[in-house]
Ligand binder design. Structure first.
Ligand code: NAP
Length: 299
């Protein structure tokens, strides 16, 4: 497997489109419009090219403003958003997608994902809803409004629902971090030509991990850089989120060292038990995201 040597490298997806090997996450509650726009614009200016958002994040207006004013040509950016659980289904997917484009003031999206294999009120026929949502996404793809279709939080049996579709699943965005590598589904995707994106990649970096501490010392890299490097070497695209300028810069600096196979395996083998104040690991078969997307004002 080729390991990217710089943040400018890309992976070629099943449909031939190239996706940046490293990205920037934008999900944050309680951030104001100015901060959101400033940080996303700064991220583009220092070299991030893949930007991850979702209708659920309520920040698509700010993201569009930041990227339209960052000075980087639109065609050099890779903008991704997601259809939320309450919006699955043919008509509502079309409507939600159009709202996303309108909020961003873009003509097209580089990528559009089904956020979860969960459609509210459809526990018994979620498969039907996933297929209807995909049908809408396929029509938008054919109209040239989306360049890449993908999913998020899909395990193997969820992916099976989309087997044989005319437009293939190119990407699966999964939570992958210290103590929660989800290597099984990552490996399955890799073997089947689906590129994984690692979300919440920095979760748990502040916990005490003797292994991570020793690797930090060995390579002169901080814990965030070690885990981001682990993602890169697995061929997964990490999308760290940071609103601190120093972190935004240092998180990108993971292309100048290489973990050994033993170190990679040891990181994958770490086990974590979330504390009582931490959100549980988000397994897609558990209906726990009981939130209306309009609980917050758009930024
Ligand atoms: N598909 C899905 O269902 C899903 C779910 C969750 C998230 N996501 C996506 O994944 C992105 C990333 O995940 P996330 O936002 O949950 O969290 P994350 O990127 O794992 O971690 C963000 C936190 O790490 C801190 N941080 C960043 N760089 C650091 C560094 N070098 N040293 C120490 N701390 C550092 C940030 O603080 P500072 O701001 O101070 O740096 C922030 O508190 C999201 O923004 C979103 O785009 C997708």
């Amino acid at each position: 497997m080729h390991i990217p040597k710089s943040i400018t490298e890309t992976y070629e997806l099943k449909n031939g489109v190239k996706i940046p090997c490293f990205g920037y996450g934008t999900y944050m509650f309680r951030v104001d419009h100015e901060t959101s726009v400033d940080r996303i614009r700064h991220a583009a200016q220092i070299g991030y090219r893949l930007f991850d958002t979702a209708s659920f994040y309520m920040n698509e207006q700010g993201l569009g403003e930041a990227l339209r004013t960052c000075g980087v040509p639109r065609e050099e950016l890779f903008v991704s958003s997601k259809i939320w659980n309450m919006e699955q289904g043919y008509d509502s997917t079309i409507a939600s997608f159009n709202e996303t484009l309108e909020d961003m003031q873009f003509d097209y999206l580089d990528m559009y994902l089904i956020h979860w294999p969960i459609a509210y009120g459809h526990d018994d026929d979620w498969q039907f809803m996933v297929k209807e949502t995909w049908r809408a996404m396929t029509d938008l793809y054919k109209q040239g409004k989306i360049r890449v279709l993908g999913v998020s939080n899909f395990l193997q049996h969820h992916l099976a629902v989309l087997d044989g579709e005319e437009v293939p699943v190119c990407v699966d965005e999964l939570e992958r971090n210290l103590g929660y590598p989800q290597d099984e589904i990552h490996d399955f995707c890799h073997e089947n030509g689906i590129v994984t994106i690692s979300y919440s990649p920095l979760r748990g970096i502040n916990k005490e991990w003797p292994l991570i501490a020793s690797l930090s010392e060995k390579y002169g890299k901080n814990a965030a850089q070690i885990v981001l490097r682990w993602n890169v070497q697995q061929g997964s695209i990490p999308i760290p989120r940071s609103y601190t300028y120093e972190h935004m810069q240092s998180n990108m600096e993971v292309f100048d060292f290489e973990l050994t196979d033993e170190e990679m395996a040891a990181i994958s083998a770490l086990v974590d038990v979330p504390g009582p104040d931490e959100r549980p690991r988000q397994h897609p078969d558990v209906d726990r995201i009981n939130m209306d997307r309009h609980f917050k004002t758009k930024i």
